[in-house]
Every structure is written in C-alpha cells, then in structure tokens.
Design a binder for this molecule. Structure first.
Ligand code: Z5A
Length: 216
C-alpha cells in the first residue's frame, strides 16, 4: 500500500531593511506556529546551510572590493543550496518554512540598491532553477533613517550596512514596488509602530494562512 503524501507546507518570508524588526518578529511568528501546533523550520538568508553560512560570512565580512555582480551571484548561490537542501525538502514533508529574507532581498539590495536591475536578478535565479515563491511575505517597512537609528547601538556595521542612505532608499522603494505588484503575497506592515502593534499586525496577516494550513 502506498504511503499518503503529506500536504505541502507553507512558505513564509520576512523582509525589510535593517532594524525594522525581522529577527524580533521571526521569534513571534515562531511562537504563533508553535501555539497552532504547526511543525516548521526557521531559517535565514544568506545562510541556512553550512555552505550558505560560509557564503554569508564571505559576502558580509570580506575585506577589499567585491564587484556587485559577485555579490549577487553569492546571494544566489546561497539560495540555490538553501532551496535544494532545506526549504523544498521541508515543504515536501509538510513542514512550514519561516525564512528571514529570500529572493525579494536580492531584488531590493542587488537589483535596486546596487542598481544591477530587477530583471538581471530574476534572470540569474531563473537560470539556476529557483522558481519557488513564498505563500506569504511579511514586509516590515519604516523610514530608512529610523531603522538605521535602531541599529546604531549595535557593533561594527557589516559590508552592506556601510552603504549610504541612497542605497537603502532604493532598496526600500523596490520592496514597496514588489508589494504593490503582488498584494496577494506581500503584506506591508508599518514597522515604526510599537512592537505590540507590529505583532498584532503580524498575527492578523498570518491568520488566513493558519486557517487554510494543515496543522500537523
Ligand atoms: N542581503 C542582500 O543584500 N541580498 C540578499 O539576497 C539577502 C541579504 C538575502 C544580512 O541580512 C544582510 O544581507 C543585509 C541584507 C543583505 N544587509 N544589510 N544591510 P540580515 O537579515 O542578517 O541583517 P539585517 O537586515 O541587518 O537584520 P538585523 O540587523 O538583524 O535587523 P532586524 O532583524 O530587522 O531587526 P531586529 O534585530 O529584530 O530589531 C532591531 C532592534 O530594534 C532591536 O533592538 C529590537 O529590539 C528593536 N525593535 C524591533 N522592533 C521594534 C519596534 N516595533 N519598536 C521599537 N524597537 C523595535
């Protein structure tokens, strides 16, 4: 007798600029999934696999110059491994995947921030066979300066965090355009609100998925 195939899990991503509260709200989403009895994998990009974490270290902390194209290819390489080894297998087993950043981040940072162009970023991923799309993306949005101010108390900025305001403004606009183009997938949350208000919006955005999802 053949085994029943589990219902495919849901894929949720958290996106936004520095300091908007992705890490904080990832923990909150995890607590909501736990409370709903949903088995999930929590992960991040760049990273999420041993190779991906090495790439993360390289791309965020490499000394000297790195071309923008190399930066894009490293982000994509980390993602290819992540999808193949972690995300897709988990979804196929019926687990949900909660990921801190995904393709939208490359479109925002490399496509718009580095001005490589959205089409080029999409083409690189198509070429590599990365076609998976999140079921829900929580885009935490707030003015660039406010996010950077939240991060000011943290230690030495990484290679990308050292960019100027123009870079982050372009990335923010690209994120908002992605949301406008895919309102069914991307929920924009005002990250400048109090944490309690943000959490309440996060929970509301998650509800429809929790209602349709298979709590396994
Ligand atoms: N990157 C890329 O270029 N291309 C790609 O394809 C991918 C990534 C995938 C690493 O990302 C870098 O890689 C990132 C983009 C690039 N670089 N930059 N610049 P990351 O996700 O690891 O790092 P990050 O974006 O810099 O995240 P972060 O610094 O950890 O920030 P966060 O997770 O969004 O924020 P947080 O740690 O949850 O909160 C920050 C502080 O604010 C903290 O003290 C909180 O307690 C506080 N906080 C949070 N919410 C609130 C509210 N609502 N009110 C008041 N205070 C709050």
């Amino acid at each position: 007798m053949s085994e029943a195939v589990p219902m495919r899990g849901k894929f949720i991503t958290l996106e936004g600029l520095e300091g908007v509260g992705k890490t904080t709200n990832r923990a909150y989403v995890e607590s909501l999934l736990d409370a709903a009895g949903i088995a999930f994998v929590g992960t991040r990009e760049p990273g999420g696999t041993p190779l991906g974490e090495s790439i993360r270290n390289l791309v965020l902390h490499a000394g000297g110059n790195m071309s923008d194209e190399t930066e894009l290819l490293l982000m994509a390489a980390s993602r290819v491994e992540h999808v193949a080894q972690v995300i897709e297998p988990a979804l196929q087993r019926g687990k949900w995947v909660l990921c801190d950043r995904f393709l939208d981040a490359s479109i925002a940072y490399q496509g718009a921030g580095r001005q490589l162009g959205v089409d080029r970023v999409v083409q690189v991923h198509e070429l590599m066979g990365v076609s998976i799309e999140p079921d829900l993306t929580l885009l935490l949005d707030m003015p660039v300066e406010a996010g950077l101010a939240r991060m000011a108390a943290r230690g030495k900025p990484d290679r990308i965090e050292q960019e100027g305001l123009g870079f982050f403004e372009r990335a923010r606009q690209a994120y908002l355009l992605r949301a406008e183009a895919s309102p069914h997938r991307v929920t924009v949350i005002d990250a400048a609100q109090t944490l309690e208000q943000v959490k309440s919006d996060v929970e509301a955005a998650l509800q429809p998925l929790l209602m349709t999802g298979d709590a396994n």
